[in-house]
Design a protein around this ligand. Structure first.
Ligand code: AGP
Length: 612
């Protein structure tokens, strides 16, 4: 996720607006920063690796002159953080400047075509290709806008684009496809930005752009068009007027897009995060290479801490089930248990959204010292894990501000599914048609998540954990793996002692804790119909039994059981986590708020644990 802003004003210098906008958008991405202004018909660009403060201090952007400009804070997805990879990116002529948020899926093909046509690509980013693509269309177009929309129509993936053209010094061009862009409509100035915090200091009249819409703005007007197969159709001014809302949020609230907490915002963001994970990795050569490493491995160890360990368990489960590859899941801080036998030929897969978790880095270092190869799965380009592993796969979920892992967990599951599918394909266990069908089903995950999040908001509104101090969350097979993450969320956010346990194992002791009314939540998944027996056992002892299931999964439960029906997942273990995880994330969140805790900053916890 990156932060984007574009401004055109008649009376004032826009550089202070862009500078403040970059500060407002910093939470969306902060490994590199850049800006461009049109001054005397020329495009001036300043950009560098590093955070917003160091960028503004170094270039003194507020002191530059210009009535039209764009700015960008980067969360790297293609290409490590560096000066050359920072946005804005220029075409060969230097007359077109582009900033972008999202993932261009067909960037490899576009790059080949552009280089064959003589364009000089200087960065590793997919964004730079957009500037050259527009330049490539210009000679065949009757206007810059036509070249702009013809170039945009050739892009596949998710993107929010803002562009300048030196020969039109008052205009800012924009296009939205699955990455957010909003318009700010002011007096003598108009703004386009990734979200509202960058706008509300200058105007509170905001209108959102829909997917597939593009257009341009200057200091006097905003023109919006819809991209169709035949070209572009203008969206009426009346329609745009109807979309305008007057935002009365404070900046602090706007920073969370009006959500009361980042955790809730990130739970709701999961469909887009997982879509970006899918789009950015489904055809990613590095992921396929990682899959081939797993095939050749003597042994596979999967390692992580906290939520990332739960994702490691899911990876181990999918590798076994889909590609029939055995693997050993290890908790990062317990890596010494495996260190003794790890040797040359083994492969360790380390999962860490921050890429900075001390325990996980130590595990990777230890296994590499024994001769193992290391695959990293992380959300942060340029993180220690990305530098210390032999192959790295990026989750592309965008920055996660809340201490609790939510969207990064479901993004990690998406990587786990894609990796195990590619390994199965490489092993010849799946025919091409079967792979395509499984990938098609996986691409449904964002829709399932979207339905699950909205369903959870309704179900959990009744705060079902009132007065609960201790509870079980039980599951079998994949359900047990999901139950571990569910229990962690409830513990770390609502401070309720939720214990995850294998449902089948609970009769070997833990059931002794159960007395009438004791809450036992079950996670029902299609791989373990035996769970019905465990539900009966708990109900027979008077437990308060709650069964969370995809609505299309048949689960027979006794009278009095609370059935929580979540969106259908086609009895597919690769899809069931997206149907049920939001319920537990929202449950933990709602309970924490009800108990007066801050879900974004739970006691005793840090977002990244960089100590032993
Ligand atoms: C999960 O909600 C916690 N924030 C914590 O368990 C976290 O998953 C763990 O510290 C690992 O972090 P990482 O993914 O950045 O390595």
């Amino acid at each position: 996720m990156c932060g984007i802003i574009g401004v055109s004003a008649s009376t004032k210098n826009v550089s202070p607006i862009i500078s403040l906008g970059l500060r407002r958008l910093e939470y969306r991405g902060y490994d590199s920063v850049g800006a461009a202004l049109i001054s005397d018909g020329k495009i001036m660009v300043w950009k560098a690796k590093g955070d917003v403060q160091s960028f503004l201090r170094r270039f003194k952007l507020e002191e530059k002159e210009g009535k039209t400009g764009i700015g960008h804070t980067r969360w790297a997805t293609h290409g490590a953080p560096s000066d050359v990879n920072a946005h804005p990116h220029l075409d060969c002529s230097g007359k077109i400047a582009v900033v972008h948020n999202g993932v261009i899926r067909n960037f490899a093909m576009i790059k080949k075509v552009l280089e064959a046509r003589g364009h000089r690509i200087v960065s590793e980013t997919d964004t730079e290709l957009i500037a050259h693509l527009i330049e490539d269309e210009l000679p065949f177009s009757s206007s810059f806008f036509e070249a702009f929309y013809r170039a945009v129509s050739r892009l596949d993936g998710s993107f929010a684009i803002v562009a300048l053209y030196g020969e039109e010094p008052n205009r800012v061009y924009f296009a939205r496809m699955k990455s957010p862009l909003v318009l700010g409509l002011g007096e003598g100035l108009n703004i386009v930005a990734s979200d509202i915090p960058a706008i509300i200091d200058h105007t509170r009249r905001v209108a959102t752009l829909e997917d597939g819409e593009l257009g341009w703005l200057d200091d006097k007007e905003v023109r919006v068009f819809s991209l169709t197969e035949q070209g572009v159709v203008e969206v009426s001014r009346e329609e745009i007027r109807n979309r305008i809302i007057t935002v009365d949020w404070s900046f602090e609230e706007a920073n969370r897009l009006g959500y009361p907490h980042f955790m809730l915002k990130e739970i709701v963001e999961q469909p887009l995060a997982v879509k970006n994970t899918y789009d950015g990795n489904v055809d990613e050569p590095m992921l396929s290479f990682a899959a081939s490493l797993l095939l050749d491995a003597k042994r596979i160890i999967v390692v992580g801490a906290g939520t990332s360990y739960h994702a490691a368990l899911a990876l181990s489960y999918y590798l076994a089930r889909t590609s029939r590859l055995p693997s050993l899941p290890v908790i990062s801080s317990e890596h010494k248990s495996a260190e003794r036998f790890v040797e040359e030929g083994d492969v360790v897969v380390a999962i860490s959204q921050s890429g900075e978790t001390y325990d996980t880095l130590e595990a990777v270092r230890a296994f590499k010292r024994q001769g193992a190869k290391a695959i990293g799965i992380t959300n942060v380009v340029g993180s220690a894990l990305s530098r210390e592993t032999d192959v790295v796969i990026y989750m592309r979920s965008g920055p996660e501000i809340g201490v609790a892992a939510t969207k990064t967990y479901t993004s990690q599951l998406m990587v786990a599914s894609l990796l195990s599918l590619r390994a199965a394909q490489a092993r010849g266990l799946l025919l091409e048609g079967e792979v395509q069908e499984l990938l098609r089903r996986l691409s449904l995950s964002p829709e399932i998540l979207k339905a699950a999040v909205s369903a959870s908001m309704k179900i959990v509104g009744k705060a079902p954990l009132v007065g609960v101090r201790s509870m079980y969350v039980l599951g079998r097979g994949l359900g047990h793996i999901i139950s571990k993450e569910a229990a962690l969320k409830i513990k770390e956010i609502a401070y309720v002692h939720a214990e995850s346990y294998p449902a089948g194992e609970s009769k070997h002791g833990p059931i002794a804790l159960v007395e009438p009314g004791f809450p036992v939540f079950f996670v029902a998944t299609s791989d373990s119909p035996e769970i019905e027996g465990n539900i009966m056992e708990m109900a027979a002892r008077g437990a308060r039994v709650v069964v969370v299931r995809p609505e299309d999964l048949d689960v027979h439960a006794p009278e009095g059981t609370e059935l929580i029906d979540m969106p259908p997942a086609g009895n597919d273990v690769m899809l069931e986590p997206y149907s049920m995880m939001p319920y537990f994330q929202v449950l933990a969140y709602v309970e924490a708020v009800a108990r007066g805790y801050d879900p974004d900053k739970p006691r005793n916890l840090a977002k990244t644990v960089t100590v032993e």
